[in-house]
Design a protein around this ligand. Sequence first.
Ligand SMILES: [Zn+2]
Length: 490
Amino acid sequence: MKKVIFILVDSLMPNILNEGLAARCIPALQYLVDHGELRMDCVTVFPTMTASIDASLLTGAFPDEHKIPGLIWYDPEKKQMINYMNGAAPVSKLGIKNCSQNILVNLNQKHLNKQTKTIFEDLADRGKSSASINLIIHRGYEQHKILFPYKNLLGIHKEQLISGPETLFLGAMAYPGHMKTKLKSFSSGMRHLYGINDQFSISAARELINRGSQPDFMMVYLPDNDHRLHRTGPEKGELSLIKVDRQIERLLNAYSSWEKAVKENIFIITSDHGQTGIGKEKAEHNIDLDQHLKAFNVLQLGEKVSEKHELVVCNNERMAYIYPLKENLQEKAVNILKKETRIDLISWKDGNKIVVTAGGKTDTTAVFYKNGPYQDPYGQSWTVSGDISLMDMTLNNSIIEFNDYPDILSRLYGALFSQECPMIVITARPRFEFTSKYYPKHNNGGSHGSLHKFDSIIPLIVTGDEKENPLPGRLVDLKEYILSLYEKDA
Ligand SMILES: [Zn+2]
């Protein structure tokens, strides 16, 4: 039976893929599209940040089930801000040891809900082998040694093991022993992000193919496109996509012909999220959360939570979680945030319901909760009331139609119920992002995190599935789709 090669291209966007195809400058992707199926309207989960999205991709669940709220979040039990690394300055404030322990170990072994199985675990249950190449979520049934040459720098214990499928690559930190010399050149040093780069990922995949040890399912993560789009903005995305295409070409070339590659494999290529261009002027386009919330005693990076603290702000670029630590602060914070017109949606929990308002709209709200008379396009029913135009949503008899905020109900629900504690979710309007002291800014570049379609719509290419099963419309439904490919061929 066919093997599956899954390529996750960070920040791959439908409009940029379209441009590249029209200009005929991405021959490898062109070949896969011409010989397969393509969807340009797939919806990812929220927040549109890699950590929470990869968790949904691998578990087939929203954050309310898999329990990874985002890249940055607050753990009320440990009284700790969790940061899976968003730049040198915030990481150094929180401590490199703390952050690397969180991303390398806790994310997979503690934070990710044990009740939601990863695709690696589900495939192992079915007797299928897997490889995870450079994905940050990689929980499986095997334990792997961390090989990182600078363990002291990371503060990770020498004997620390990390979880993964049978074959686990994580840059210079984890790879099968015999690969060392092959992968060394692009895995050393900070400049190469210690191997978390496209060149390493594709070389690792090629090695497995060339050695005849390609597993039934191989998941390959290509991160470079995200870094480039953060710098240039999506407007220059085609040039970045050409570089991605060159890497996909290297992978196809591991087979004697591209025909053979798609004859022996099903290729799935998708993205985690899009990006939104951010305006150039900092004062204009960066919504300063420290400034807006200065009436509160906000936890500062590196501080220990104490009685005096009133709010924790977890900035995820174009979205933020705001955690009130004391009673009666939520309403006060919402009232301040509502005055900022550059803030897009503002939402919070009220029992099992979600309340939504928007920056600049001081007097209207919409309320929704699960189950009820209205059906969304993905089969979930809801009760909705109030000013639903806030969510750019229309009701056509009992059918819900989404516009600028695709699948907003399930996605907002997933984020707000990822934790039980009170929390406010805010998003920035297009061209704006949130800023906090020490956090990276993306002026004149790209940023993501929000519910808006710019950050949320991703393409999906499947090539080599002769049965031409209909492609799922959401990233969260991809796991089930992949498992079904194995079932049908069994
Ligand atoms: Zn990014």
